[in-house]
Ligand binder design. Sequence first.
Ligand SMILES: Nc1ncnc2c1ncn2[C@@H]1O[C@H](COP(=O)(O)OP(=O)(O)OP(=O)(O)O)[C@@H](O)[C@H]1O
Ligand SMILES: [Mg+2]
Length: 146
Amino acid sequence: MTKKFITKSALGTKNLGKKIAQDFCIQKGAIILGLKGDLGAGKTTFVQGVAHGLEISDKILSPTFVILKKFKIFKSENKFQNFFHIDCYRIENPKEILDLGFKEIILDPKNIVIIEWPEKIKTILPEHTMFLNFKFVNINTREIKI
Ligand SMILES: Nc1ncnc2c1ncn2[C@@H]1O[C@H](COP(=O)(O)OP(=O)(O)OP(=O)(O)O)[C@@H](O)[C@H]1O
Ligand SMILES: [Mg+2]
């Protein structure tokens, strides 16, 4: 079942990410979200909101040359320990991600993994990956399907 959200500002998209972060619950492997959508559709903005929801104070940026960033989660009463932000935009071969320890990362139920441009590594994504679709509607409006 897909749900459709319309946000009217970057803050609105961040708040959606923050809200979704509250619903994460422990499962067999890592929580894995794949964020699909064009350049500027709001994927990184959403990731910033998730990080905020997890009380991560580090700045979440669009990693230009960094493919993978790891953040510690210190939030109390939280079952998760690590937050991974992966941006596959520049990936040419899924092996580049495997070389960064992807298999181990996604096996650990204490990890939350959010991937921008997941299409680039679809051959190595596990079945339980949850996909979100971001769409640019107009300058300040985005549609997000979950
Ligand atoms: N409703 C909205 N939701 C999200 N971002 C918005 C919204 N309205 C305006 N924006 C702006 O759109 C831009 C979205 O950029 P963002 O880096 O999040 O996109 P992205 O999907 O990660 O792109 P890329 O594929 O290049 O990584 C930001 O500058 C943000 O301020
Ligand atoms: Mg981005």
